[in-house]
Write a protein that binds this ligand. Structure first.
Ligand code: NDP
Ligand code: MG
Length: 383
């Protein structure tokens, strides 16, 4: 029997690749729900092709433009609430949460509460949700299938953990981003177009800028802590320019288990979708003989302070990761719009962490309030 899947963020880089893989194995999934933000044309063509039971468009204007063209039998919803509605669809087996930013948090919580298995690409939800999400998962006896390539690699490496063994260290690998060889003085003049050229990965804009600042690796350190319960000091970020090793786990006997493949998100996406089965997903096999030598370097946090800020937020706990994430989302948007410089991004984050980083977080409402206050503070020029 086919399993039912909801894809949140279906028009994005991850969402569209997930649909490509689903197309390769048409007997395995029913595409039950799709959601997008404002890309009306791409979303409409997906809805016409897959005819999901539920289609949700967040942006009201975009929704208005396509409402009349939604095929019969598809329930169409608009506005921010449609993400949660998609997760509440009866008979859902899996939800792929591939929206960008904090918007992923509410649907993640909804899935956990409803007992729907989550495949999670959206790292921001785990960064903000942190302990709260982990506690909810424990209470419900659930786990998350990670889509982020490093966390998928770690999850795969952990299949070798066996009974009674603990993780000694996690090595989180990193391409180094667009500016890995730039001098610090040049980073002050870096443009969005330059930052959007990741050497190894083809991804959405926000995560590509995060890769250039190394905030991506910072968010992923927090994500790894939430997913695998490993303390911050035992998570080591390593620049690995070739992006062939997608992360590694070291055990008590000093054995290191790694997952290798060409840098292509279709591998971690298929692993999360079909787990524990692996399926063909169109990625070429590794040609080990002709690979460039694999190299490893320490990240330079004086050029890329965002990585340090994220590690500090993880250690400080409380509302620090929420402030870090909110300020980063806003600062990345401002940088992409050409309104602030590349090296202003960490300054905005530091200011937000100083002001909003010390609050207690009891529930989801606290997260949403702190996130909103922090965004307002950054937008209004730190007033
Ligand atoms: P994209 O920007 O390519 O796509 C984002 C998707 O989410 C689109 O469908 C977009 O709709 C929708 N969306 C955007 N904003 C909102 C919102 N406020 N509410 C609801 N939906 C929204 O992002 P990616 O696919 O690159 O990334 C998605 C997530 O996966 C991110 O958290 C990223 O960090 C993570 N990730 C991505 C990787 C990649 O290779 N791309 C790798 C590892 C992790 P619309 O198109 O209509 O705007
Ligand atoms: Mg990643």
């Amino acid at each position: 029997m086919k399993r039912s899947i909801a894809i949140l963020g279906s028009t994005g880089s991850i969402g569209a690749q997930a649909l490509q893989i689903i197309d390769m194995h048409p007997d395995m999934f029913e595409v039950a729900a799709l959601t997008a933000h404002s890309n009306a044309a791409a979303f409409l063509s997906q809805v016409k092709k897959y005819r999901p039971r539920f289609a949700g468009m967040v942006d009201e204007e975009a929704a208005k433009a396509i409402r009349g063209q939604i095929p019969e039998g598809v329930f169409f919803s608009q506005g921010g609430g449609c993400l949660k509605e998609a997760c509440a669809l009866p008979g859902l087996d899996l939800a792929l949460i591939a929206v960008v930013g904090m918007a992923g948090l509410k649907p993640l919580i909804e899935c956990i509460e409803r007992g729907v298995q989550v495949a999670l690409a959206n790292k921001e939800a785990l960064v903000c949700g942190g302990t709260l999400v982990v506690e909810k998962l424990k209470k419900k006896g659930q786990f998350i299938l990670p889509v982020d390539s490093e966390h998928s690699a770690i999850f795969q490496c952990l299949q070798a953990k066996g009974e009674g063994n603990s993780i000694k260290r996690i090595f989180l690998t990193c391409s180094g981003g667009a500016f890995r060889d730039w001098k610090k003085k040049d980073l002050f003049h870096a443009t969005p177009a330059q930052a959007l050229k990741n050497p190894n990965w083809d991804m959405g804009k926000k995560v590509t800028i995060d890769s250039a600042t190394l905030m991506n690796k910072g968010l992923e350190t927090i994500e790894a802590h939430a997913l695998f319960g490993v303390p911050a000091d035992d998570i080591e970020v390593i620049i690995h320019r070739q992006s062939i090793i997608h992360s590694m786990v070291e055990f008590e006997d000093s054995s290191v288990i790694a997952q290798l493949a060409l840098p292509d998100m279709r591998i971690p996406i298929q692993y999360a979708l079909y787990y524990p089965k692996r399926v063909y997903c169109g990625v070429q096999p590794l040609d080990l003989i002709h690979l460039e030598p694999l190299t490893f370097e320490k990240p330079d946090t004086s050029r890329f302070p965002c990585l340090l800020l994220a590690c500090e937020a993880l250690k400080r706990g409380r509302s620090a990761p929420i402030a870090l994430n909110a300020a980063n989302e806003i600062a990345v948007g401002l940088f992409l719009d050409g309104r602030i410089g590349f090296m202003d991004i960490p300054e905005y984050i530091e200011a937000a962490m100083d002001k909003f980083g010390g609050q207690e977080v009891h529930d989801v409402d606290d997260i949403i309030t702190i996130d909103a206050d922090c965004r307002e503070y950054i937008f209004s020029g730190f007033k």
